[in-house]
Design a protein around this ligand. Structure first.
Ligand code: ADP
Length: 285
């Protein structure tokens, strides 16, 4: 099967910054990729290059085309949506639907209206008069109605409370994702998207510091609550990170044999957020 995205050694240098510093990635159909990194990591630069908005060095293929040279062709099957905060506050919801109809050939107004009808959002209301939860619903209605092979969401839940962020992602997974579509979500908040991702890339200072599928994370990473008498042995195994949490020593390991770790204390699978923090620290040390 053809890849949705194939990128090799992408570089974008500004005078003071290496926004992309040799980024390679491959994305297959039906995958949900989380592009995770702190502010300034290069996430938006990468997404803009995928959508042909920015010219970068290196090799890049999106749906069989070079997005910079063939932006129109690529964008027929790609939807690029930024955060809810970018919805114009003065616009009515139905006006935004009209705007999207013009912008996106694959936007189905009927579908957006059907989705909205299930919510309490009146399409005649202006964005600025809606509650935050309603803005999320309106935003989702727009996203759900775009029939795209590749959906790119850049920090889609920026500025939303935890509850709304969760609603957003749950709806996206249940209502939009059909196993064939491919989704890229950039965020610096790991926890609430962890459960919906099939793949994850950590980006820091323009470099990929981790690229893996989420299923295999448990094979590579382990968190151990180390018994006091095993501390020296635990350190000798060179953990990625050592922390003290409520009086307990918790070590995070990468690619360390499970039999060795079992002897140190209680082993569990770490969350993506724990791995993220440790990999960022490693990259910056
Ligand atoms: P992120 O989306 O992860 O927050 P960005 O891709 O927006 O990161 O930015 C990556 C880095 O590139 C940042 O240090 C940013 O300041 C820099 N950058 C982005 N665009 C420009 C530009 N047009 N001119 C100069 N520097 C830029």
């Amino acid at each position: 099967m053809n890849s949705i995205v194939e990128a090799s050694n992408l570089k974008k240098y500004y005078r003071k910054t290496h926004a992309l510093d040799g980024v390679s990635l491959r994305l297959e159909p039906g995958h949900i990729l989380g592009l995770i990194g702190p502010n300034g990591a290069g996430k938006t630069t990468l997404l803009r290059s995928l959508t042909g908005l920015l010219r970068v060095d290196g090799e890049l293929d999106v749906l069989g085309h070079d997005p910079w040279r063939n932006r129109v062709k690529v964008m027929r099957d790609v939807a690029f949506i930024a955060d809810t905060a970018t919805l114009p506050s003065w616009a009515r919801v139905d006006q935004l639907f009209t705007y999207l109809e013009k912008l996106h050939p694959n936007f189905s107004r009927a579908q957006a209206e059907t989705f909205l009808a299930r919510t309490s959002v009146d399409p005649k209301r202006r964005i600025k008069t809606l509650s935050k939860g309603m803005v999320v619903q309106a935003h989702l209605a727009m996203i759900m109605a775009i029939d795209a092979k590749l959906l790119i969401l850049d920090e889609p839940t920026l500025g939303l409370d935890l509850l709304f962020r969760k609603t957003f992602y749950t709806n996206l997974l249940n209502e939009y994702f059909d196993g064939e579509r491919t989704i890229v979500i950039s965020t610096h908040q790991v926890e609430e998207i962890e459960h919906i991702l099939t793949d994850v890339i950590f980006l820091d200072r323009g470099k990929v510091v981790l690229d893996t599928n989420t299923e295999s994370l448990g094979d590579h990473y382990a968190s151990v609550t180390v018994k006091p008498e095993a501390l020296e042995r635990a350190r000798a195994l060179r953990p990625l990170q050592e922390q003290t949490l409520m009086g307990h020593s918790v070590f995070l390991y990468e690619d360390t044999p499970a039999e060795k770790l079992k002897q140190l204390g209680e082993v569990r699978r770490p969350g993506l957020a724990d791995i993220f923090v440790a990999k960022m620290q490693e990259n910056r040390s």
